[in-house]
Ligand binder design. Structure first.
Ligand code: GDP
Ligand code: IMO
Ligand code: MG
Length: 428
């Protein structure tokens, strides 16, 4: 039995979906622990592309149990849509899928708050996905959120939604100058949605407890990445949940003593979507090349991702915060035919050299990356699935990353597809 956590080490979109899909082969249960449909996890099976937003990426393997934990916030209409799309592609979402009764809902007013809040922030906007995620977590912490368990209790839901909407409408009309939402319309729509999802709702804490006691292999799927974590990311340019490994404990009810292994997913370079500091960002043709070759466009919003060289300060920080045991390197093939490749080993700031991630945003903004130059390779490595078949300079790049971060790799990904993977060490 093992509980294995898969976590993003950068600013999200590291390729967690692909790695989860590869590892699900040996897992019994795959569980999401935080975030919402702000996430977009891409899995390619043959020529068919799946983008998972809420449902764990393990769903594409028949016979595996998939769980949305209490730490996730759920927009029922987005979930219903995702289930429908999966079913249309012949994927089973039925007795293999469970939703925590402690998970919070994303409501229509959360969406409006998110979008209006961004508009009001103007140049200081966060660049959210506009999915209502932040406002839903705000309500959770303010103790005014609505949980799945409340949703299943029609009278309670009616009463709490009414009270909430009275307050929300005051803000919507008086502060944001929007129209008020109509309570009956929202309530009726949510009762319709409920019919579609209530059969999946259960106490997933017990499901997980039973699975762990039976010796099953559990894979915990993180969304976003370490630098988007509400506590450890580049605050306030972050998401509203703990995307780091600690989120597993609170977002699934799996205690720290039960976690066996943490795998950090690391892209071979760095990307970020949305606003906020990004020390190794390339605004020149090298950045454009990375975006083009890596097809770096958001899986959820389609926005172009900002691209830059590998930042070892970020990944070393992620290694400590998440207690990484091992790492999965993705998108190495995107660096094919780069004459030179650069690794940021530290930052220059105010005449000093920084090796640790600063907390202050104004310091991070001023940091100048210090680069180590590496020679690239001319071969196309797409699909290579043995370490020894990689060109020497690709192997040297991997070894250098591993040395600088201080953690070994268990997986090297050389393409989008399942089989385009070098498996060095199985996690379970
Ligand atoms: P996630 O949010 O961390 O799951 O990552 P996304 O799905 O948002 O973005 C990663 C993108 O890179 C997806 O389009 C993947 O199909 C793709 N991808 C993953 N691994 C590799 C790889 O090794 N090589 C290439 N070329 N693409 C990859
Ligand atoms: P996956 O799981 C990359 C970013 C948004 C924005 C900030 C806050 O696919 O890696 P939010 O809507 O969460 O309030 O937005 O976080 N963001 C992501 N960036 N990948 C994601 O998820 C993201 N989820 C949120 O772009 O900068
Ligand atoms: Mg993504």
């Amino acid at each position: 039995m093992s509980v294995v956590v898969v976590v993003g080490t950068q600013w999200g979109d590291e390729g967690k979906g692909k790695i989860i899909d590869v590892l699900t082969e040996d897992a019994d249960v795959v569980a999401r622990y935080q975030g919402g449909h702000n996430a977009g996890h891409t899995v390619m099976i043959g020529e068919e592309k799946f983008i998972l937003h809420l449902i764990p990426s393990g769903i594409l393997h028949p016979g595996k149990i998939c769980i949305i934990g209490n730490g996730v916030v759920i927009d029922p209409s987005a979930l219903i849509n995702e289930i429908k799309l999966l079913r249309e592609k012949g994927i089973e979402v039925d007795n293999n899928f469970f939703i925590s009764d402690r998970a919070h809902l994303v409501m229509p007013y959360h969406l409006i708050y998110d979008i209006s809040g961004e508009e009001r922030r103007g140049d200081n906007k966060i660049g959210t996905t506009g999915r209502g995620i932040g406002p839903s977590y705000t309500d959770k912490v303010a103790r005014t959120g609505l949980r799945m368990a409340d949703y299943l209790d029609k009278d309670l839901f009616h009463e709490r939604l009414k009270a909430n909407m009275f307050d929300k409408n005051l803000f919507l009309t008086k502060l944001y100058g929007n129209e008020a939402l109509k309570f009956e319309e929202v309530f009726d729509k949510f009762m319709e949605y409920r019919k579609e999802i209530e059969r999946y709702v259960t106490d997933t804490n017990i499901t997980l407890k039973n699975s762990i006691s039976k010796g099953k292999n559990i894979l915990c799927e993180g969304a976003q990445g370490t630098m988007l974590d509400i506590d450890f990311g580049t605050y306030p340019f972050v998401t509203s949940s703990n995307s780091t490994a600690g989120g597993v404990c609170t977002g699934l009810g799996i205690a720290p003593t039960r976690i066996d292994k943490v795998i950090g997913v690391v892209k071979a370079y760095t990307t970020r979507v949305g606003e906020g500091p990004f020390p190794t960002e390339l605004l020149d043709s090298d950045g454009m090349k990375l975006r083009d070759r890596g097809k770096e466009y958001g899986a959820t919003t389609g926005r172009p991702r900002r691209c830059g060289w590998f930042d070892a300060v970020v990944v070393r920080y992620a290694a400590w915060i998440n207690g990484l045991d091992t790492m999965a390197l993705t998108k190495l093939d995107v660096l094919d035919r780069c004459e030179k490749i650069y690794i940021c080993t530290g930052y220059r700031y105010n005449g000093k050299i920084l090796k640790e991630m600063p907390s202050s945003l104004s310091i991070i903004k001023e940091c100048q990356p210090i680069y180590k130059e590496m020679d690239g390779w001319t071969e196309d490595i797409t699909g290579i699935n043995s370490f020894d078949d990689l060109p020497g300079n690709a192997r040297r790049y991997i070894e250098e990353l591993s040395n600088i971060v201080g953690i070994d790799f268990c997986i090297i990904s050389t393409g989008q597809k399942r089989e385009e993977t070098i498996l060095l060490d199985g996690p379970f």
